[in-house]
Structure formats: C-alpha cells, structure tokens
Design a protein around this ligand. Sequence first.
Ligand SMILES: N[C@@H](CCC(=O)N[C@@H](CS)C(=O)NCC(=O)O)C(=O)O
Ligand SMILES: [Fe+2]
Length: 356
Amino acid sequence: MSLVFRQLFDSTSSTYTYLLGDAGEAVLIDPVFEHMRRGAALLRELGLRLLCTLDTHVHADHVTGAWLLKQRCDSQIALAAAAGAEGVDRPLHPGDRVAFGGRWLEVRATPGHTDGCLSFVLDDRRMAFTGDALLIRGCGRTDFQQGSPQRLFRSVRGQILTLPPDCLLYPAHDYRGLTVTSVAEESRYNPRLGGEVDEADFTGYMNNLGLPHPKLIDIAVPANVRCGRPAHEGELPPEPDWAPLTYTFGGLWEVEPRALEELVGAVQVVDVREAAEFTDALGHIGGGRLVPLSELQARIGEIDRNLPVVTVCRAGARSAQAAVLLGKAGRGDVANLAGGMLRWRAEGLPVVDGRN
Ligand SMILES: N[C@@H](CCC(=O)N[C@@H](CS)C(=O)NCC(=O)O)C(=O)O
Ligand SMILES: [Fe+2]
C-alpha cells in the first residue's frame, strides 16, 4: 500500500496542513483550529486513525488544532520539547522518529524563526516539512519569538538544504499560492538563503524586512503555548447537525456565507444591527428579521423555538455577541454568520434593499 498524502490550506492565515497516512494510521502536521471538522472528516473518509498531531512550532498567526483534534480523535499532541508548551503528550527531540503505519518521520531541529522550530523528514527523504524555517523562495521571519537570523541560516543550510536535491519541501505557509518546492530549487533560487548568500548577507536581509506583526499574534501565541486549548475550555459542545458549521477558538459556531445561502428557509436569520443599517448600502439577507442587539434580550421571545438561528451583523462581531446571548438563554442551535454582511456581499450573494 502506498503513502497517503494530502495538502490542506487555510485561506485566513495561508497555512498548509499536511496529512500523511499509511496502513490505516495517520499524522497531521500543523492542523488549524477552525478546520478540525474538515480534518476529522477527511481522516474518516480515507479510513485513517489519527495517531498524533505534529506542530512545526508555536505559531503566531493561527491557533493549532492539536487540542481540539485530541478531543475529537483521541490523538496525541506532539511538539518540540524546546517549545516549553503545556499539554504536550509527546515532547519531540531531534532524531526522534514519529511512526504511522509502516512509515516514519524523522524530527530535525531547525530553530531560528522560533527556538522550538522543527522540520519533519519522511523516512525515504523524498519529502520534508519545513514549517516556517524554509518557505518557497523565502523563509520565516526572525523578528519575534526568540527569532535569530544566524540560527535560521545554520538550520536551513545544515538541516534542510543538505537533503537530497530532489527531496520535495513542503512549507507551513505560502502567501502567493505556491504549494511545493525542492532542495535543488531552493539551493539555487531562494533569494534569502540560496546561491552564494552567506550568513552576514542573510542577517542583513532579515534585520531589515520591516514586516507588520501577524494580526492574531496576541491570541495565537498564548493559545498555542497551551497547544490550542481554549482558556474557557468546558467540554466540547455537541456537534450540530443542522449545518456545516465551524467551531471557532472563541467558542462559537460559525457558518460561512455560502453555506448559509443554502440554508435559507431552514433557519431563521436574525439581523442584530440597528434599524437604519438594515436598509443601508449593505442591505440585508432576504427573510432576515431585524432585532437590534440592544433589544435582543427583551425580545428573545420573538425568536422561533423550532428553527435554528443564524445571527448576522455588519462584520460579524455584534452577531457573535448575540449568539453568545442566545446560547446563554438556552439555545443550542445558534451560529454566527462569519464576516457578517461585509463577507456576504464580498462573495456576491443576494441582498434586499442594498445598493451596488
Ligand atoms: N500578515 C500575516 C503575517 C504573516 C507572518 O508574519 N508570517 C510569518 C510566519 S508565522 C512569516 O515568517 N512570514 C514570512 C514572510 O512573510 O516573508 C498575518 O497577519 O498573519
Ligand atoms: Fe510561524
């Protein structure tokens, strides 16, 4: 039987998640919190049991799905011992082997982007998963989380570009849509680390990148040092079966605009904006009922008990609050429209009373 390999993408953070499977067993590299259901469904469809999740490092731009998948699939959480995170079942050290079926990944330390960065190399050295140490024609930044250009340079040159030239390299991110590269390609064409570039050139380059910090850094890093376990952790809520919902790190169920469009008639849309916004340029979703957030508590009796509720607002924040409020009032069948009317409109979905 041959290796099962899938590359999955999170468009919010441009993160790749990799599924590797053999003989009924699988590992997931860099799972994303919000995609737990996608991962679990794919594993089920491929007939694979998830042995463990492997994070290449403590991410700063998204929350890992490690804890959530452990609740769902009983998988072990594996992360570099050097990351010092809480809740790790399997602290990884350089040279360790992580087995699945008859195959295994070798753990290599590739610090520099963060202290605890690891790369995972497949047993036959035809594939390696480099996290943010080496990106396609790029590399992870070195300006936060104990980053060090000198260490990164030595990691990439010593641990990654020494692999066979035809070894395929799969990064944790790509911001332009490229999916894979190789040792030969990066050795030659990586503008930061390839060719004749030396450590001093690289350091000069990295110390002048001038990138803004990731938008989610203040949420993601504290969450990831707990392996993605939410601070408010209760038990996991039961899986809703009335829509393809996503469980967010904030503890809410969300529905994507296109999924909601398919549900029209089967759910009640509760728009919690102010009255004037209901008919402003953005318009509203056909059949939606206006109950401003400020009045929701008092008017809760108006909401049909027999139909699941989707809350809506301009950008998805007030409606998240409305969903929490309805949840506290005992409703277990509530979801928030992800991104609100702004996303709904951006996806070209129909509205009533809006302007184009
Ligand atoms: N705009 C992104 C920031 C992405 C970012 O900083 N990514 C890190 C990896 S966690 C990086 O090293 N990027 C390298 C680069 O963009 O060249 C966000 O807000 O999340
Ligand atoms: Fe990163």
